[in-house]
Design a protein around this ligand. Sequence first.
Ligand SMILES: Cc1cc2nc3c(=O)[nH]c(=O)nc-3n(C[C@H](O)[C@H](O)[C@H](O)COP(=O)(O)OP(=O)(O)OC[C@H]3O[C@@H](n4cnc5c(N)ncnc54)[C@H](O)[C@@H]3O)c2cc1C
Length: 383
Amino acid sequence: MAHPLIIIGTGLAGYNLAREWRKLDKDSPLTMVTQDDGAFYSKPMLSNALAKQKTAAELPMGTAEKMAADLNAHILTHTVLTQIDAANSSITLDNGQILTYSDLVLALGASAIIHPVDGDAADHVFTVNDLASYSRFRQAILDKRHITILGPGLIGCEFANDLLQAGYQVSLVGPSSQPLDRLLPTAASNAIMSALTAEGVDWQLGTTCRAVHHHEDRLRLHLDNGVQLHTDIVLSAVGLQPNTALARQAGIQVNRGIRVDRFLQSSAAHIYALGDCAEVEGLVLPYVMPLMNSARALARTLNGERSIVNYPAMPVVVKTPIHPIVVSPPSSEQVGEWRIDSNTDGIMACFYAEDERLLGFALTGRRVSEKQRLSKLLPPVLT
Ligand SMILES: Cc1cc2nc3c(=O)[nH]c(=O)nc-3n(C[C@H](O)[C@H](O)[C@H](O)COP(=O)(O)OP(=O)(O)OC[C@H]3O[C@@H](n4cnc5c(N)ncnc54)[C@H](O)[C@@H]3O)c2cc1C
């Protein structure tokens, strides 16, 4: 019997690839492996589920059994990939099983970076990057009032917005002087900062959390700048790092992510990667749009029509309805300047090259309505 296509990971990358591939090939064997329960859910919902009045249990759109039936796939849940043997086209699982593949796709995602803290409650710091961790977080905040978020980036600000709208008090702690400083020009980050301040956010910026201690039935945070903060729950949202260890151990080229070319092919024959674990032509873009484009291209390649992935301009919607934001940041190598137009509706910040080409933008407030018009003017990210 033919060896199966094996996809490791049942996040948006793994399931979207499986779906796209099944549109082209209804019958060839497909095996999927995941260390979680294999439920299909939209990860972006984790940071706006409170506003959408959804519990963690209401987020899955399909169980692993349903997905297996829909995709005509064999799905191994609660099973961990422990080793890749590229020379023999096989993988080893934590239950000792060895499986041989025709092609192997790594859709392993990324892991939450753990900001190291001291203190007797250091192990009480939550991170949220999947359904199970989100479920634990939602359970923990049930009877609590004050949440401290470490990391005022995209995910931190989205959680802050969601918690504020659900009636929680929120402190945001981070080393930068402004929120979302890696994505937004100063004027736009000031706009979101003012809007969240008006809703009661307590900003602790220019500092980091050094220790978390139990204090009566609450927690006491010690910040590097000497401030002590009393809180009920600490949520760390300091960033994600692509899961590359297994690829590296197998001798596959790894940089920030698992390095793949425009065909999503790694340095090893018949091994591909996409989604949050992948670095496509030097780009690590941990968002849904890139993985959807990758899934469509890779499905064709796996079906025998070698196809490169194209990335159009892919603005990111920051889910902060208190003050909406859409941003398409210029890449770090692009040279140019931000021009800011600010009025009572919000900010329109455009990043122009010397030759007046638009290379990026950030829109806030009601000015997010300009997204479609400006997106059409942007160059593609990968053509
Ligand atoms: C709170 C939050 C909000 C977000 N909001 C947005 C948004 O609004 N818009 C947007 O574009 N993006 C957003 N993102 C990013 C987006 O959700 C991710 O880019 C996307 O979900 C990544 O999917 P993935 O399949 O690559 O990874 P994951 O969903 O992390 O899936 C990884 C899979 O690999 C499996 N796995 C890993 N290691 C092993 C192993 N050794 N053995 C077996 N299985 C393994 C896991 O079990 C899992 O099934 C958000 C992310 C977060 C955390």
